[in-house]
Write a protein that binds this ligand. Structure first.
Ligand code: CU
Length: 386
């Protein structure tokens, strides 16, 4: 019986010697690359630290105006980045039940040619997951997202933004064709801006603060949705919900004290929580509803700052999908449609059978971080098993 050694060593031959030499050279190369990588890392770290100092207004007196910026940029000096994904207090289930969900129902569009929209910016602490608090810069005391704006195609929107926060902010409507340097300019704390635009493009659009660094302002909750109802009426439906996808990057778990933005994590796309309408899993605990045989219309915006929403309803089809908010045509029977960060889309879903139908971003890392809800059709017994 032949005995097989645990590891096979070929006899030393000419090619064996060649491989040995190659291995030595390879080892040397790896060492050199390693040293270079280390130098580059140190360099990047220096660059980032000095960028942070610039953004924080180094040398400027510390005022309320700079404190907000410090919050966005200053603490992000420690590597490696720590994740607080899924970290909730022990009574999270209870807190989730007690949470008052963001009302996803599309509000009616006002009548008349002119729609006046007023929002006051406010720095406020909100919950982004059960027992997880976060310091937002919020549109109109809503936390995030800001209020749903609903207008009709052809109406004039008069937007007045009052900055009740500590640093300059602005508001950028993707539904507007307008000179951004004028309408979307920064508004100093305590001041207001008013501008008008015609809602000439139907669909669902993102609005957000466009003040630099935009990544920080959106990540801090400064976004919302505006629905522009087409002149040519859409097929009638029974329920209409607005969902704004977004993600949160925390510099702490937000349990003992509210978390703020970790800018390094936002740059690295390392979200702790990903949500529909600002709070992880809120429509799992408090499902959206429909009756069997009804059609539900979802107006979906991906606010990001960075993530798309890969919209999918488990157990159903997107019977009509106005992809990219192009309201001139729809696709039929779509399984999953991408709503790009900064984009919107409209989906009609008809469900015949009673049950619990999860709606998700089918990028499942985001489901794991909270971007999932339920459409409860009829009065099914029990809960989702997955
Ligand atoms: Cu802002």
């Amino acid at each position: 019986m032949a005995v097989h050694p645990a590891s096979y060593s070929p006899p030393e031959t000419e090619s064996g010697a060649f491989f040995k030499l190659a291995a030595i050279l390879l080892g040397f190369t790896v060492a050199v690359v390693g040293v270079f990588a280390l130098l580059m890392w140190a360099d990047a770290r220096d660059a980032r630290d000095s960028a942070g100092q610039v953004a924080a207004g180094a040398g400027a007196p510390t005022t309320a105006k700079t404190e907000g910026r410090d919050q966005a940029t200053d603490h992000n000096t420690a590597l490696p980045l720590a994740s607080f994904a899924g970290v909730v207090p022990e009574n999270a289930a209870e807190l989730a039940e007690a949470h008052n969900p963001y009302d996803a129902t599309l509000p009616p569009a006002p009548a008349g040619d002119l729609v006046k929209v007023q929002m006051t910016l406010k720095d406020m602490t909100v919950e982004v997951a059960p027992g997880v608090e976060y310091n937002t810069w919020a549109f109109d005391g809503h936390g995030a997202p800001g209020p749903i704006v609903h207008v009709r195609e052809g109406q004039t929107v008069e937007m007045t933004l009052t900055n009740g926060g500590a640093i300059p902010h602005s508001i950028d409507f993707h539904a507007a064709r307008i000179a951004p340097n004028v309408a979307f300019r920064d508004v100093a704390p305590g001041e207001s801006i008013t501008f008008r635009f015609t809602a000439s493009d139907p669909g669902v659009y993102m609005y957000h603060c466009g003040t630099k660094p935009v990544l920080a302002h959106i990540a801090n909750g400064m976004y919302g949705a505006i629905v522009v109802q087409p002149k040519q009426p859409l097929p009638p439906v029974d329920n209409e919900y607005v969902l704004v996808g977004s993600e949160w990057y925390l510099n702490g778990d937000g349990i003992a004290k509210p978390a703020s933005l970790d800018m390094a994590k936002a740059r690295a796309r390392m979200a702790d929580w990903v949500t529909f309408n600002g709070y992880a899993n809120q429509y799992v605990t408090h499902p959206l509803t429909a009756q069997p045989g009804e059609t539900t219309r979802f107006w979906v915006v991906a606010a990001g700052p960075t993530n798309n929403v890969n919209f999918h309803v488990v157990g159903a089809m997107l019977d009509r999908a106005w992809v990219n908010s192009d309201m001139t045509q729809f696709q039929r029977n779509v399984q999953t449609a991408v709503v790009p960060a900064g984009g919107g889309a409209v989906f009609d879903v008809t469900i015949a059978e009673e049950g619990l139908y999860p709606f998700v971003s089918h990028a499942f890392a985001d489901v794991d971080l909270g971007q999932v809800g339920l459409l409860k059709v009829g009065n099914p017994k029990g809960t989702m098993s997955h």
